[in-house]
Design a protein around this ligand. Structure first.
Ligand code: PRT
Ligand code: ZN
Length: 213
């Protein structure tokens, strides 16, 4: 049987369009009318798995997918044993700490003893440790930006791109914990056939990136 490279992409959401687009720009065409979770390229030995972005690093670590496209924020938060192969230049954002606009924030020490709401507890804890800050992390699954306004938290740690969500919730960005963009990640133990296919794909991705500069 022919070896196929299995790539995991976000099923829907902010990275979906650009992920499919970059394959297309690499000359890789998907089949029409296949099911929404699994597709197969017409003109490249590749299968495409569509998943929730949070699950992609685990699937790649386990080898269920060989490679994947996901935000670096997810890669570092999930802390799985995968390789970051190439940054892809889209999905740019930063993971930042924000506090109510009227607060006097001088430095990270402000956060000592405070309650911070986030969906990124691992990255936030690393940031606090690095700054020798002890704070209470409240892990929640969404709408982080409303928590200070309703008295559930004193600060937040969340993704920011334009800053308009922070602004409209009366918050200001005070620290960048991580700069992030979409990246191609890979399993660390690919067969030599798969490595060869990955090399072909990477060559095309790099050409596409170069053409855009
Ligand atoms: O369903 P699934 O779990 O796959 O998707 P999801 O809802 O978890 O993720 P999704 O689709 O929202 O985001 C996917 C990835 O896009 C993230 O992991 C980041 O790598 C990247 N990305 C880039 C962003 C943003 N920019 C972004 N602005 N992800 C989220 N946001 C949110 C942020 O959380 C906040 O609510 O947008 C709001 C802030 O935006 P601004 O422009 O107001 O600052
Ligand atoms: Zn997600």
């Amino acid at each position: 049987m022919e070896t196929k490279l299995k790539i995991a992409l976000q099923k829907s959401g902010r990275l979906y369009d650009d992920s499919v687009k970059i394959l297309k720009e690499c000359g890789i065409e998907l089949q029409n009318g296949m099911n929404k979770l699994l597709n197969e390229a017409i003109n490249f030995p590749m299968q495409i798995l569509f998943l929730r972005d949070d699950d992609i690093p685990q699937y790649v670590e386990d080898g269920v997918a060989d490679i994947g496209i996901v935000g670096e924020n997810i890669v570092y938060e999930t802390n799985k044993n995968v390789e970051i192969i190439e940054k892809l230049g889209f999905g740019k954002c930063r993971l930042s700490v924000a506090v109510p606009r009227n607060e006097n924030y001088a430095d990270a020490q402000f956060l000592n003893g405070k309650r911070i709401a986030t969906t990124y507890p691992f990255l936030l804890q690393s940031f606090l440790d690095k700054n020798k800050v002890t704070a209470e992390i409240h892990e929640i699954s969404g709408s982080v930006e409303i928590t200070p306004g309703v008295g559930l938290a004193d600060a937040i740690c969340d993704l920011v791109s334009s800053g308009s969500t922070l602004f409209s919730n009366g918050l200001k960005e005070t620290e960048v914990v991580l700069n992030s963009q979409a990246a191609l990640i890979g399993n660390k133990d690919l067969s030599s056939e798969k490595q060869l296919l990955l090399k072909k794909l990477l060559f095309r991705i790099q050409a596409v990136k170069k053409a855009k500069k």
